[in-house]
Design a protein around this ligand. Structure first.
Ligand code: F6R
Length: 370
């Protein structure tokens, strides 16, 4: 059932393009409108939403963090992202105009289930983004937007993550359409950008694996890694760091690149491997310059730089020791491609160290206890 792959993780990473593509199917009609037919929350209620709170754990919470940037940009409604286990026990402010979005691959994560129960008790509506048909989280929510990643077997989540971002983006575009915060042409244009992503992910899968594997061979014995990004690259860095801890048991820390000078730079020493998610350089993107200056800072202190960067980025070429290339795409779409080399890198690192990539120690595929 691994279909020729030597692990489920390998197979499932290669299903990233299909997971995005299948999650997009049937969402845009010829007249350029987005459909969420199965979301049976009254349109007036959705239109009146004045705050969105994403509740999730682990990888799903990073998908929520990515979605925050896009949804706030499109819908102009504040989005909070909260770990489900923290949310439940802090007396969060919930009203009938709060939309709680619970993101879960398994649909059985107890922390997330308890959070959504609490939100509904307080009178808020809950929409689940879930990968498992009929799971508890789907059943107990007011509405479900299914991700169509297909069953995920490997314990470390990969294809579900890109599907979660895709579904959350569709929700964002739908809310923007309802509230009239984005022109119809622009909604269609953004949806087209999403539809172009499976092809771009496939390009990474076709062209980058040998560079990634070589990097893993070289870095397998590294004691720790830092992962840094800004804007949507920040949650991608967090997710890349989580993957590497989970399956290669390497000590990692992910954080926002802008924090470097506020403390973590003290950790940087000769040879320390640091992964940077570099935003697109086009359009004189100010974020690109900022991330680049972070790279220069740590390079000067002898760090070993691994960059995820856009094809042709000459500035990055000047400083990075290894580059995992991404094809051109808009910044908001970049997480869908940028996570892919990091998934492959974690898998290759685990293989180098001789670990079972599908069944990391101490972890279960769904965490059904609080
Ligand atoms: C990471 C991972 C976990 C899950 C988290 C939430 O690879 O698998 O961090 O993402 O336990 O699980 P779900 O999405 O099933 O609620």
């Amino acid at each position: 059932e691994k279909g020729g792959w030597d692990s489920f993780m390998d197979k499932e990473i290669h299903e990233d393009p299909a997971a995005v593509q299948r999650t997009l199917i049937g969402r845009m009609s010829d007249d350029g409108t987005i459909h969420l037919d199965e979301v049976h929350i009254d349109e007036h209620e959705l239109k009146a939403v004045d705050k969105i709170i994403v509740v999730a754990c682990g990888t799903a919470s990073y998908a929520g963090m990515v979605a925050k940037y896009a949804i706030e940009h499109w819908v102009r409604v504040p989005v909070e992202v909260e770990l489900a286990h923290e949310f439940r026990y802090r007396d969060p402010i919930l009203t009938p105009r709060t939309l709680v979005v619970a993101i879960s691959q398994s649909g059985e994560t107890m922390d997330t289930l308890m959070a959504l129960r609490h939100a509904r008790e307080q009178g808020s509506k809950v929409l689940a983004i879930c990968n498992t048909q009929g799971a508890s989280i789907a059943r107990e929510s007011d509405a479900v937007l299914y991700t169509h990643a297909g069953p995920e077997v490997a314990v470390a989540s990969t294809k579900a993550f890109v599907a979660q971002i895709t579904a959350a983006y569709i929700l964002g575009l739908y809310l923007a359409q309802l509230k009239g915060t984005v022109f119809r042409d622009e909604i269609r244009n953004t949806f087209d950008q999403l539809q172009a992503m499976p092809r771009k992910i496939q390009w990474v899968l076709d062209t980058q694996p040998s560079t990634i594997e070589q990097a893993a061979v070289q870095l397998a014995d590294a004691r720790s890694f830092l992962f840094l990004g800004r804007h949507v690259g920040y949650p991608v860095a967090m997710e890349g760091a989580l993957k590497l801890k989970e399956i290669a048991y390497t000590f990692t820390e992910g954080f926002a690149a802008g924090e470097l000078k506020h403390g973590p730079i003290a950790l940087v020493d000769e040879g320390e491997p640091i992964v940077f998610i570099v935003p697109p350089a086009r359009g004189r993107n100010v974020l690109h310059a900022k991330v680049l200056s972070g790279i220069e800072e740590v390079k000067a202190r002898g760090a070993y730089i691994i960059a995820v960067a856009e094809v042709g980025d000459k500035d990055v070429e000047r400083y990075a020791d290894v580059i995992f290339w991404r094809p051109e795409c808009p910044t908001l779409m970049s997480p869908l491609v940028d996570v892919v080399p990091l998934q492959l890198f974690a898998m290759d690192m685990a293989k180098q160290k001789g670990y079972d990539v599908d069944k990391p120690r101490n972890l279960a595929k769904s965490v059904t206890v609080e």
